[in-house]
Ligand binder design. Structure first.
Ligand code: DGY
Length: 320
């Protein structure tokens, strides 16, 4: 009998085809598996699961997966999966490091430029019919050249952002659990900052690239925002709960900081109402990895991990 694989949402067709070569594959409808109960009911008949980051792969779901051998998340982040429960039930877990690094780093630069040069406001002004003549005082923004970029989380994506920011003439400083190699520090002329407080005090832009863990939850709170300059910009393409959204909304409305761009939210897909009308705040629907080639590569990597495990490869050989 063919082993069975559940892909919880429609993904790029070549990914589905790759798995169909070896397995019986079912694909869920958009959003159907964003709740635990739907997963608990469906999971017993599958050997492989390819979930989205919006699917809660809890202890209850994993325990119900009597035949489950592998969960290959369609994402690099895996805070939606109870890793301890997977270990306990001998279910392998894979994610997709590397393949989305460039896409996420490019996207970070895109939202940084959009906020620093006030592009969203500018388009609204133009479409509202307010552009009557060239304005010497209109839309004065922040030039990136010479500004200091503070990176929290200097892994693959943080480092790729730093490389791009250097090309724009930015100075790099970073905070990370561990210091990166001297080679990387020298290449980027990057300064290691031991505390988030010091990073907040001394950065013109802060960008978040750390995973969501108990120690990074609300890492950016009212106290940290109060240390930032009133021109500073905060970017979050990591995970929503790393930022206390209510505190950020207040900081934007009070002019404590100059702007923000958020691709991720504390309770996705909900967006804090006070962020929706906050000044100079760009909000996007968790799309940092959304280029065709990257989404295909993510899917292929997850599919390969599933094929590997279901065909008998040891879990130590799959990416995580
Ligand atoms: C991931 O893969 O974790 C990203 O959040 C996708 O944008």
């Amino acid at each position: 009998m063919n082993k069975r694989v559940l892909i919880t949402e429609p993904v790029i067709p070549s990914v589905i085809q790759r798995l169909e070569n070896d397995f019986t594959v079912e694909v869920g409808e958009r959003g159907r598996f964003n709740n635990e109960q739907a997963l608990v009911e469906a999971i017993p008949k599958y050997h492989g699961l390819l979930p989205m980051l919006s699917n809660p792969i809890t202890n209850k779901v994993i325990a119900a997966g009597k035949n489950l051998e592998i969960i290959a998340n369609y994402a690099v982040g895996y805070n939606n999966i109870d890793i301890e429960a997977a270990d306990k039930h001998n279910v392998a877990v894979a994610n997709t490091p590397d393949v989305l690094t460039d896409s996420c780093a490019e996207f970070t630069m895109a939202i940084l430029l959009a906020v620093s040069r006030r592009l969203v406001e500018a388009q609204e002004y133009l479409l509202d019919g307010q552009f009557e003549s060239w304005d010497p005082m209109g839309f004065l923004g922040m030039e990136l050249q010479g500004q200091t970029l503070g990176i929290i989380g200097m892994g693959r994506i943080g480092t790729a952002v730093a490389r791009r920011a250097r090309a724009f003439g930015m100075q790099i400083q970073y905070h990370n659990r561990n210091r990166v190699s001297t080679d990387i520090e020298n290449e980027l002329d990057a300064r290691y900052i031991e505390s988030v407080e010091e990073l907040a005090r001394t950065s013109d832009v802060i960008t978040l690239h750390c995973p969501l863990t108990e120690s990074t939850r609300h890492l950016i709170d009212a106290d940290i925002l109060a240390l930032m300059s009133n021109k500073a910009i905060l970017l979050n393409t990591a995970r929503g709960p790393v930022v206390d959204e209510a505190a950020l909304a207040n900081a934007l409305h009070n002019g404590t900081i100059g702007g923000a761009a958020l691709d991720v939210f504390e309770e996705e897909p909900k967006v804090h109402p006070k962020l929706q009308n906050a000044p100079n705040c760009l909000l996007t629907p968790h799309m940092a990895s959304a280029s065709y080639s990257t989404r295909e590569a993510i899917g292929m990597m997850a599919a390969d991990a599933i094929s590997g495990i279901l065909n008998g490869k040891p879990p130590s050989e799959i990416p995580n």
